[in-house]
Design a protein around this ligand. Structure first.
Ligand SMILES: Nc1ncnc2c1ncn2[C@@H]1O[C@H](COP(=O)(O)OP(=O)(O)OP(=O)(O)O)[C@@H](O)[C@H]1O
Ligand SMILES: [Mg+2]
Length: 418
């Protein structure tokens, strides 16, 4: 049984009431405006609040209050304007106003009645191996974080592992448009909200995530934040809980992070100001492996080397792979690979780096079709280099016969030099 507060048009409420009672739930309040609901939540904590998705009964403040109280919020949309309003607020729990009670009941039991959380699932199934988390980070100036994150996810999935790619870049989230997906309702923010109310079940993850389908290896995608109104949800605690849940869901979690490493407290003294960098900082601290990427031209290298110092303040750099992207002689002169390696060594003390070549054709084909390089341009030289990097440094080396293992060790040394 759940306790419900209903803020619905009279006709919708009348239609649902008999089923609500028949299913053993109790309606504890019938507020009629957002302010009424907020007042109510100051005094009581129903399990579920069901509202019309119009502006009069649904607001960002209400979502935050429900999140804060661990209350399930479900909106019923009667018009396209309602749907757009709910989507703009990033609410996933939205049904058509004509939905029957069984549909609503399914949403309710997704997070309230069935208390099977990710952690419980793991406990019930015996000790589960937690997945690895890889954070792709790089400084400002579009060095290729999203391109690398997508293609790392695609190559890991193609190697037969389960993968989720999460867009946690609160400045320029672009995984969804890069993969031709809708980003109306940000999946990562939704997952954080559910984690905040302790409702992040496997079923919920599969509902808020989208699937990148590919014959060579499909993977899950949690889309990013297109609207600033959602930042406050990404508190460090929620991001940590969400990453933990993702680890238990799949073998590999790939995070496309933002560029800024400034701690939010340094930017604002306001305790309640949105924590814009919390997701990136938490992702970097929680992950097992960081892929730090920079642009292989004089400006990109300078930015990377400056930011490298900041990165070392946030994490220990021994679990970082450096990737220099878009390597080309037209921007650095003769022997671009040698020049990039030398600059990293001399000015950053970085001994090894992966060099991904400039590949306009491949990158454009991927963007045009909303696909990974593997799917859009399988012969792309950038893809070939990313694939080798994934196999050599991110995936476990499979057991091999001794002679082949020696050959591979030699090959690994050779690739880390370029
Ligand atoms: N190796 C490459 N060769 C050619 N173009 C590339 C390569 N890698 C990335 N690009 C292109 O560079 C642009 C920026 O890449 P991407 O969006 O991955 O950068 P980002 O670091 O995520 O940027 P942002 O700061 O916007 O998040 C894109 O148009 C992408 O197609
Ligand atoms: Mg990006």
């Amino acid at each position: 049984m759940a306790t419900l507060a209903l803020a619905l048009p009279r006709r919708t409420e009348d239609r649902l009431l008999a089923d609500i009672v028949e299913n053993g739930h109790a309606v504890v309040a019938r507020p009629s405006t957002v302010d009424d609901i907020l007042d109510l939540l100051g005094e009581a904590t129903p399990d579920v609040v069901i509202v019309g998705a119009a502006r009069s009964t649904l607001s960002a403040e209400l979502i935050a209050a429900c999140d804060g109280g661990g209350i399930r919020l479900i909106a019923l949309a009667a018009t396209d304007a309602d749907r757009r309003h709910a989507a703009a607020l990033g609410l996933h729990e939205v049904l058509d106003a004509s939905a029957g009670w069984p549909e609503i009941e399914r949403l309710i039991s997704g997070g309230v009645v069935i208390p099977l959380r990710i952690g419980d699932r793991a406990a019930a199934a015996g000790p589960a191996r937690a997945g690895s988390v890889i954070a792709v980070w790089g400084p400002a100036g579009a060095p290729g974080r999203t391109t690398l994150a997508i293609n790392i996810a695609a190559e890991i999935a193609a190697a037969g592992h389960t993968v989720v790619l999460a867009d946690i870049d609160t400045y320029s989230g672009s995984v969804a448009p890069s993969l031709g997906m809708l980003d109306e309702a940000p999946g990562f923010a939704a997952a954080c909200r559910l984690a905040g109310s302790d409702s992040l079940t496997r079923t919920e993850l599969e509902r808020v995530a989208q699937r990148y389908d590919s014959p060579s290896g499909a993977f899950w995608v949690l889309t990013g934040i297109g609207r600033p109104s959602r930042w406050p949800e990404l508190s460090s605690e929620r991001v940590t809980r969400t990453i933990d849940a993702l680890r238990r869901w799949v073998d590999y979690v790939v995070l496309d992070t933002g560029f800024s490493l400034e701690s939010d407290e340094e930017i604002s003294s306001d305790l309640f100001a949105p924590r814009r960098n919390a997701a990136t900082l938490t992702g970097l601290r929680e992950c097992d492996h960081v892929v730090a990427c920079g642009l292989a031209d004089p400006v990109g290298m300078a930015r990377f080397l400056r930011a490298w110092v900041d990165l070392a303040d946030v994490i220990t750099t021994d679990r970082v792979s450096v990737v220099m992207n878009r390597v080309r002689s037209s921007a650095v002169g003769l022997d671009p690979r040698g020049q990039v390696i030398q600059a990293l060594r001399r000015f950053g003390g970085i001994e090894t780096a992966v060099l991904v070549p400039q590949d306009q054709q491949g990158a454009d084909a991927a963007i045009l079709t909303g696909r990974s390089l593997r799917d859009a341009a399988p012969k792309s030289p950038a893809r070939a280099r990313i694939r080798r990097f994934v196999r050599a440094e991110l995936l476990p080396v499979p057991d091999q016969a001794p002679s082949r293992r020696r050959a591979r060790a030699w090959w690994r040394r050779a690739v880390t030099a370029g």
